[in-house]
Design a protein around this ligand. Structure first.
Ligand code: AN0
Ligand code: CP
Length: 323
C-alpha cells in the first residue's frame, strides 16, 4: 500500500477485519517487520487519539517514530504554490516535504479542511502534495475530506459488537458551536457503504454529504424516524458540505441554540433496538450527546478509541509489507 486515503486502498474488507483481529490477539506479532524503519507523523492540527494510537501502532511493529507538530516549533508552512511569501509563513511545503521525507520511510499527515475553499479542500491539495513530492508512502491521519484510520476502527468496533449479520447503522448530525470538517462523516459513510450493514444518514436539510462518500446511502431528514430499530448510532457534527448550497460551504447553517433537539439523548435512543452509541471523540457533552447516553452501558466510545491502535497497526503493516 503506497497511500491510505479511501476504503479501496485496503482491498478486501473482510480480510482486513480478520487481520485486525489477528493483531488484536497479539499486537507485537509483527514486531520484527519495522526494524530500522522510521515513521514520521506530521500534525498541522491538534490530536490526542491519532497521535498516541499511531505512535503505539508503529511501536507495535518495531518502528522508530518521529512526530512533528508543524504549528508548535517548526517553521510555519505555506501550502499554496505561486504566492509571494511576505506573510507569517517562512517555508514552503515544496521544500519542506522532500526534506521531511529524507528522514523517514513512511509519512502520516493530519491536515484538516480549511473550510473556506471547497475545491481546495475536496481536491486534497495538501495530502496530494505529500504524495507527489515525498516519494514515500503517505497515509491520512485526518485530511481535508477523510479520516480512514477512524472509519476502519469504527468498522472493527461494529464487527465486534454486532449481534445480527446485517446491523442497522445510523450516522446522525448533532449540534456544535464551531464549524467542523466533514472528514469523519465522509469516511464513515464511505466505509459503511462498503460494509455489510444497513446504513442510514440523518441530518437537517442543507448538510448533505458529498456523493463521492455518501453514494446511494439512504438519507432520512427526520432524526427520530432514522433511529427506529437502529443497532448502532454514530453521532458527529459537520459543517455544511456545500453540495446543495455551495455558497454556504464550511458554515454552520443555523444557530446551534435552535438545533439542540438533535443532541443525542435517551429520548431518541428509546426508539432504537437498544442501540450502541458511537462517536470518534473528542466530544462535547451536552451538545452532541447527553452525559446519560455517553456514560450508559451501550456506549462504545472508549473501545472505539482503543481500536484506533489496531486500525493503525494494520495500515502500517500493509505499508511496511510493500516498502
Ligand atoms: C475534528 C473534526 O471534527 O474533524 C477531529 C475529529 C477526530 N474535531 C474537532 O476539531 C473538535
Ligand atoms: N478521533 C480522533 O481522531 O481523535 P484526535 O483528534 O484526538 O486524534
Amino acid at each position: 500500500m503506497k497511500s491510505f486515503l479511501n476504503v479501496q486502498d485496503l482491498g478486501n474488507l473482510k480480510a482486513a477485519l480478520a487481520e485486525a483481529q489477528e493483531i488484536k490477539q497479539d499486537r507485537f506479532k509483527y514486531v520484527e517487520m519495522g526494524k530500522n524503519k522510521t515513521a514520521l507523523l506530521v500534525f498541522f492540527n491538534n490530536s490526542l487519539r491519532t497521535r498516541l494510537s499511531t505512535q503505539k501502532a508503529a511501536l507495535n511493529l518495531g518502528m522508530n517514530v518521529i512526530v512533528l507538530d508543524v504549528n508548535a516549533g517548526a517553521w510555519k508552512l505555506e501550502t499554496e504554490r505561486g504566492v509571494i511569501m511576505d506573510g507569517d509563513k517562512s517555508e514552503h511545503l515544496l521544500e519542506a516535504i522532500p526534506v521531511m521525507a529524507s528522514y523517514c520511510d513512511v509519512i502520516g499527515i493530519r491536515s484538516f479542511a480549511g473550510l473556506a475553499d471547497r475545491e481546495y479542500d475536496y481536491s486534497e491539495t495538501v495530502y496530494n502534495q505529500f504524495v507527489k513530492y515525498s516519494g514515500k508512502p503517505v497515509f491520512a491521519m485526518e485530511t481535508a475530506t477523510v479520516h480512514p484510520l477512524q472509519a476502519f476502527a469504527d468498522l472493527i468496533t461494529i464487527e465486534e459488537h454486532k449481534t445480527c449479520p446485517r446491523p442497522k447503522v445510523v450516522l446522525t448530525w448533532a449540534p456544535h458551536p464551531k464549524s467542523l470538517p466533514q472528514a469523519v462523516p465522509d469516511s464513515f459513510a464511505e466505509w459503511m457503504n462498503a460494509a455489510d450493514v444497513d446504513f442510514v444518514i440523518t441530518h437537517p436539510e442543507g448538510y448533505e454529504l458529498d456523493p463521492r462518500f455518501a453514494s446511494n446511502a439512504q438519507v432520512e431528514y427526520d432524526q427520530l424516524k432514522a433511529f427506529e430499530g437502529a443497532d448502532f448510532i454514530y453521532a458527529k457534527n459537520w459543517s455544511c458540505p456545500g453540495v446543495t448550497n455551495p455558497d454556504k460551504y464550511g458554515q454552520i447553517l443555523d444557530d446551534y441554540h435552535k438545533m439542540m433537539d438533535w443532541t443525542v439523548s435517551a429520548r431518541q435512543m428509546a426508539v432504537t433496538n437498544n442501540a450502541h452509541f458511537m462517536h470518534c471523540l473528542p466530544v462535547r457533552r451536552g451538545m452532541i450527546v447527553t452525559d446519560e447516553v455517553i456514560e450508559g452501558p451501550r456506549s462504545l466510545v472508549i473501545p472505539e478509541a482503543a481500536n484506533r491502535e489496531i486500525s493503525a497497526t494494520v495500515v502500517l503493516k500493509r505499508i511496511l509489507e510493500n516498502l
